[in-house]
Design a protein. Structure first.
Length: 95
C-alpha cells in the first residue's frame, strides 16, 4: 500500500515537472545576430521594417520574427515580468 502511494507520488511529480520544461526553439538563419535593444537612440539611424509580437499561447524566439520581416535589430516595446520580450519593432540597421 505504501509502495503504491509512493509510486503514485513519483509519477505525479514527474508529470508536473515535465509541464514546466519549455521546448527549445531553433533559430532561423541570421537570427543569432539580431540585436535586442531597449533604447530609442540605438535605432535612431535605422529603418523600421515591421512590428513583431509573441503569438498567443506560444513561446517564439523574437529574433526569428525579427529576421522574418527583414530586420537585424529588435527594439523592445513590451516586455513581460519574466524577462521575455512580448512585442517590439523590427529595424534594419546594418547596410
Amino acid at each position: 500500500m505504501i509502495r503504491d502511494i509512493l509510486n503514485l507520488i513519483a509519477v505525479a511529480t514527474a508529470l508536473m515537472l515535465s509541464g514546466c520544461v519549455t521546448p527549445t526553439t531553433a533559430l532561423a538563419p541570421g537570427a543569432a545576430a539580431v540585436r535586442i535593444v531597449r533604447s530609442e537612440a540605438d535605432v535612431a539611424s535605422c529603418t523600421a521594417v515591421g512590428n513583431v509580437r509573441q503569438p498567443p499561447d506560444q513561446n517564439v524566439d523574437m529574433r526569428n520574427l525579427t529576421v522574418g520581416v527583414g530586420g537585424d535589430t529588435l527594439f523592445v516595446t513590451e516586455g513581460l515580468s519574466n524577462g521575455y520580450v512580448a512585442a517590439g519593432v523590427a529595424y534594419r540597421c546594418s547596410k
